[in-house]
Write a protein that binds this ligand. Structure first.
Ligand code: INI
Length: 157
């Protein structure tokens, strides 16, 4: 007997997507946001279906996502945490990662993790449209796929 297999498509024409972007290291997060929005456009997500939210820093991403979740099929969380000379980096990056994961599991709404956690600015630039691609674009694709996968799984119950 064949397996029942499920995989979300990249069709975003009927999806409601939240994009939450932190302003800290804005010249990086702006590139992540551009990358994410270009992917949403490429896959047909109507502008009116996109809720675009800005927050001060990565620490604030989980709470904003929590308050967006009820109106979205998926959320793309974008930020840039760059290591400094103090343990602050660990608290902010861990808080963002754990908080976003918790919100996603709690609400059932997929949250794509487009938060860079890098040792220096060069690594961040490389991942925000530089030589290592754009993690905002990758997060957007993951969000679309997961939103469609969750819809499929709910419909097939
Ligand atoms: N926020 C970031 O998004 N990236 C950072 O690198 C960062 N550093 O290094 O401090 C950062 N801090 C701010 C934090 O996210 C909160 O906005 C702030 O603590 C107020 O709650």
């Amino acid at each position: 007997m064949p397996y029942q297999t499920f995989q979300g498509s990249l069709d975003a024409t009927n999806l409601r997507i939240g994009v939450v972007v932190s302003r800290f290291n804005e010249f990086i997060t702006e590139q992540l946001a551009q990358g994410a929005l270009a992917i949403l456009e490429k896959h047909g997500c109507p502008h009116e279906n996109i809720s675009f939210v800005k927050v001060p820093g990565a620490w604030e991403l989980p709470l904003a996502a929590r308050n967006l979740a009820s109106r979205c099929d998926a959320i793309i969380a974008l930020g840039a945490v760059v290591r400094g000379d103090t343990p602050h980096f660990e608290y902010v990056s861990r808080g963002a990662a754990d908080g976003l994961n918790q919100v996603s599991v709690e609400t059932g709404v997929p949250i794509a993790f487009g938060v860079l956690t890098t040792d220096d600015m060069q690594q961040a630039m490389d991942r925000a449209g530089g030589k290592s691609g754009n993690k905002g674009s990758e997060a957007a694709e993951a969000a679309i796929e997961l939103a469609n996968l969750i819809k499929l799984l709910k419909e097939s119950r």
